[in-house]
Design a protein around this ligand. Sequence first.
Ligand SMILES: [Zn+2]
Length: 322
Amino acid sequence: MPRILAIDIGGTRMRAGAFDGELLTQEVLATEVERGPEDVIKRLIQASQEVLRKVGWEKIDGIGMAVPGPLDRVKKTINSPPNMPGWDNIPIGEIFEEEFSAPAFIDNDANAAALGEAVYGAGKGASVVTYFTVSTGIGGGCVIKGHIFHGAGDNAAEFGHQKLDPFGPPCGCGGRGCLEALASGTAIAKKAKELLIHNPQSLLWQIVRGDIEKVSAKYVAQAASQGDALSLRVFQEAGFWLGLGIANIINLFNPKVVILGGGVINAGELILKPAREIAFQKAIPQLASIVEITPAQFGELPGLYGAGEVALQGLRGELDIL
Ligand SMILES: [Zn+2]
């Protein structure tokens, strides 16, 4: 099996791992994007060297990288992701190729996570897998027979920007009522804040010690799990919209497995229960009857598994089968 250096760069954390079909070891560090690309990349290279030292690999066969979009897979560059200011046209692939003398293959973080879960995790063995990452925003990925469906311009599967309510809240994309504007961590926090102003008795006030700016999806989940009515309502609504978004994707792709990953899914049944109920209720019955809706298996690591698989497929010349 080829020896792969797998890299996952996120706005908050970044990871390096040794991968040969299994994740042998990994290092994780804070990205600290404000320190700029040069400093971040330098620390990531050091972490990568540490990983290779731990597994005793002096030489590697390939490098797989999961990075925030937008990106250019051919030029292997990162092109100004919204959560990484100053990262304009960074030739991340070339930098790693020179450093580690092996070919690099890059893809966006949501696609990589989808691939990692589809091939090795919760979607293992399934022919068509769709993946939602529900965190600050909502990303998506579609994996068909073990390969990422990229679309004509490399931007397929923007599940977070399906239009669910044309008169709904504004979205970061400039539109209104996208799934992301209704069910992401950011949307959950925003909705809770709006309701909180009129609910002085909500437990959420105590959890954030009276500071409304501290309200986050995580705290809303904490309050909801302790029975706070306002927070339960917020999750019920977010789950409804997520379920509707999932139903649309089931109707479009006829997946065997829909995998839900990202920080918001850590809220467990608070979001999964309403999302599942609505998805099964709204999807076409024949399609609903064969689909499984399940949380991601690898927690924070699907991107690293996916990056490893991207490199394996790149080395085999299989990246653009779809
Ligand atoms: Zn949008």
